[in-house]
Design a protein around this ligand. Structure first.
Ligand code: AMP
Length: 114
């Protein structure tokens, strides 16, 4: 989508600090980290949010979770634990309307989230 921030990042039109990339997804460090390690994993195809996941596109989400598990191992925080978050819509405080999973690690998380 031409006016989507994350589509522009995926296309390389806006710079990002890449963690991982394949044909399905792109992972990059969050510009305002909320933990010592904080990156986002996004599908390359524009999907607005978890609310737009369907039987037709859910394989992309399964793939993203495989990649998150792999990156957690490779980056060394799988054993300590970490958090995966996807904010949805206005009440969920989603600020960028392109599906993304926050991966936060490197500190003890609190619950419930604010
Ligand atoms: P959300 O509020 O759940 O939609 O998450 C959007 C995230 O995108 C926030 O954590 C922002 O800090 C992050 N963000 C916004 N612009 C950029 C950017 N140019 N590069 C990396 N992360 C960004």
């Amino acid at each position: 989508m031409s006016d989507c921030l994350f589509c522009k990042i995926i296309a390389g039109d806006i710079p990002s600090s890449k963690v991982y990339e394949d044909e399905v997804c792109y992972a990059f460090y969050d510009i305002a980290p909320q933990a010592p390690t904080h990156f986002l994993v996004v599908p390359k195809a524009h999907i607005q949010s978890v609310s737009q996941v369907t039987a037709e596109n859910s394989a992309v989400v399964a793939h993203i979770f495989e990649i998150i598990a792999k990156l957690a191992q490779e980056l060394g925080f799988a054993e300590a634990g970490y958090r995966v978050v996807s904010n949805v819509g206005q009440a969920g405080q989603q600020s960028v309307p392109h599906l993304h999973f926050h991966v936060l690690a490197g500190r003890d998380m609190t619950w419930p989230p604010g």
